[in-house]
Design a protein. Structure first.
Length: 91
């Protein structure tokens, strides 16, 4: 339920940001958001069986912890870049 709430709030924020960028083209907005949701569902349904199989391996906890640290690091870097208008990583 908490995840749903956070997702809903972030989704509204994302939608309003996109709406400002492509004002007056609601069909394009619906297409973009539908594509994003479809992509998320595809990733979920592909990763779910893979993660289920991997969960039976001994190193699963180690891999999960390492992946969590990596994702946290990327998210924290993006947060710092946005809050302080910095460019820490260039891609």
């Amino acid at each position: 339920m908490i995840t749903f709430g956070f997702g809903l709030i972030h989704g509204f924020g994302f939608a309003s940001g996109l709406q400002e960028l492509i004002a007056g083209t609601s069909d394009l907005l619906v297409s973009v958001l539908s594509g994003v949701e479809t992509g998320q569902l595809l990733i979920f349904f592909i990763l779910l069986p893979v993660l289920h199989l991997l969960s039976k391996k001994v190193a699963f906890r180690t891999i999960t912890a390492a992946t969590s640290v990596l994702v946290f690091g990327i998210g924290f870097t993006w947060l710092i870049e946005r809050v302080f208008s910095l460019k820490l990583v260039s891609f």
